[in-house]
Design a protein around this ligand. Structure first.
Ligand code: GLN
Length: 200
């Protein structure tokens, strides 16, 4: 399949999906909203946005998207979860054993883990894989990764806390790259999607 046919879906059930669609547009990738299983079948990669993780997973279950995303991910479709999206992707959520999740990434996450006194903040985050300069990262009631399982690469840490991880075709960030002008992480994900398509 040629690059121009590549479409990256943004799960549009709740949260800041609009900002992701704008970010994809700015980095020259084609994006579309995904609300149904049928729409999911039309895309070659999926972004699960930030928002409220319990709401996002409940809505996914209501529309049968949880099973459909698990199936597509098992077939090799790249999935990128930002903030609440990363929580939804995780195997385990600290302190919330009953919270439904996709359980695709071999990590444990802690929700709202940076504490109430620093609800939201922005930093320049060193991400060696993206090179220089550091990536401007926006954290909003953000989680971080407290356990990194087998097969998971740590791409960035902030003060020793793991905030960007990759496991094969899965990517998770505790922060929101879609809220800055720096498109390198969306570009990186678009290249992951392009890479899986070229292998087919
Ligand atoms: N605190 C939210 C949650 O636990 C995530 C916040 C976000 O996505 N910005 O679901």
């Amino acid at each position: 399949m040629e690059g121009e046919h590549l479409t990256i879906g943004v799960l549009a059930l709740q949260g800041d999906f609009d900002a992701h669609l704008r970010a994809l547009q700015r980095c020259g990738a084609k994006g579309c909203e995904v609300r149904t299983v049928q729409q999911l079948e039309q895309v070659q990669g999926l972004i699960i946005p930030g928002g409220e993780s319990t709401t996002i997973i409940k809505l996914m279950q209501r529309y049968g998207l949880d099973e459909a995303i698990r199936r597509r991910a098992a077939e090799g479709m790249p999935v990128y979860g930002t903030c609440a999206g990363m929580i939804v992707l995780a195997h385990d959520i600290e302190g919330y054993p009953q919270q439904p999740r996709l359980g695709l990434m071999n990590v444990t996450v802690a929700r709202n883990a940076f504490g109430r006194q620093v609800d939201s903040f922005e930093v320049d985050l060193s991400v060696p894989r993206l090179g220089e300069p550091p990536l401007r990262a926006v954290f909003i009631r953000a989680p971080y990764v407290t356990r990194v399982g087998e097969g998971v690469e740590v791409l960035a840490q902030l003060d020793g806390k793991v905030v960007l991880v990759q496991q094969g075709t899965l990517l998770g960030s505790a922060f929101h790259p879609e809220l800055t002008d720096d498109m390198r992480l969306h570009q990186y994900f678009a290249e992951m999607v392009q890479g899986t398509i070229e292998q087919q």
